[in-house]
Design a protein around this ligand. Structure first.
Ligand code: CP
Ligand code: NVA
Length: 303
């Protein structure tokens, strides 16, 4: 494993290894010795989209691992004025030990990795959000004990989160049901791969998807970059909301996850969010531990 560009590039074993290391790093943070696995190393973090969790968890994560992180705003870098990704990658490879990038196009991240001598980590594109799903899987395993026989239900837009959740569920052996309005389905190639390799259902029937779920998951109706469609999407996505009525169809002990930021009253009600705040904010915390595991794995730290 040289980069983390999308979950589909990782084997089930590699995902399990990252989750095990994430658990170990979480334990060490609270109960053991914090070791400088990445002492003296620097991560560059390129952002061309907004972020709270990703930025802070990567920066704090590097600090806790004995290294350093640089926030690089895409709009203030030459890449924002048209310097090609292939030149940016070769220059940054001379200074840094790793690059985390959050941007629009997956192809830009792939291009950066192709020309980079150092690991590239995808911190979200329009296509996928692998770091988030590693944290989600960590949270599910932590709370449910294992993935075996579990059903994950995603309600909402077939976006970057839905794409990565399908891959994450299939790779860990969970069943996944995605309920989205017609025309807003996840990536067609991912659906094809998922149905060939696991138990994946795509439907516009929210109730059928929620039936018997162990984990209920949702995300915003309009992602970053889709602000102009927000009003239209409010019409199209009406009913694609996790509320207490829908929760009655899931298992009694079902968890609720949300990658955040949340729009109460749209994809989730305030009532459900607050009733499951413990899980949702533990999920946000696990971004830190999961990403530390990714960085230690990729950036050459000793375990
Ligand atoms: N979930 C997530 O990636 O949050 P941010 O956009 O705040 O980084
Ligand atoms: N789908 C959302 C996820 C935010 C973490 C977006 O891309 O804006």
């Amino acid at each position: 494993m040289k980069h983390l560009l999308k979950l589909g590039d990782l084997s089930s074993r590699e995902i399990t290894d990252i989750l095990n290391l994430a658990d170990q790093l979480k334990f060490e943070k609270y109960h053991g010795e914090r070791k400088p696995y990445l002492g003296g190393k620097t991560l560059g973090m390129i952002f061309t989209k907004a972020s709270t969790r990703t930025r802070v968890s990567f920066e704090v994560g590097m600090y806790q691992l004995g290294g350093n992180a640089l926030f690089l705003s895409g709009s203030e870098m030459q890449i924002g004025r048209g310097e090609p990704a292939e030149d940016t990658a070769r220059v940054l490879s001379k200074y840094l030990d790793g690059i985390m990038i959050r941007t629009y196009k997956q192809s830009e991240v792939e291009k950066l990795a192709e020309f980079s001598d150092i690991p590239v980590i995808n911190g979200l594109t329009d296509y996928c959000h692998p770091c988030q799903v590693l944290a989600d899987l960590m949270t599910i395993r932590e709370r449910k004990g294992s993935f075996k026989g579990k059903k994950l239900t995603f309600i909402g837009d077939g976006n970057n989160m839905a794409n990565s959740l399908i891959v994450g569920a299939v790779k860990t052996g969970m069943e996944i049901a995605v309920a989205c309005p017609k025309g807003y389905e996840p990536d067609a190639e991912i659906i094809k791969w998922g149905t060939q390799n696991g138990k994946v259902t795509i439907t516009d029937d929210v109730k059928a998807a929620a039936e018997g779920a162990d984990v209920m998951y949702t995300d915003v109706w309009a992602s970053m970059g889709q602000e102009g469609e927000a009003e239209l999407r409010k019409q199209k996505f009406k009913g694609f909301c996790i509320d207490s009525e829908l929760m009655k169809l899931a298992k009694k002990d079902a968890m609720v996850l949300h990658c955040l930021p949340a729009h109460r009253g749209e994809e989730i009600t305030a009532e459900v969010l607050e009733a499951h705040a413990d899980e949702i904010f533990a999920e946000a915390e696990n971004r830190l531990h999961a990403q530390k595991a990714v960085m230690v794995t990729l950036m050459g730290g000793k375990k």
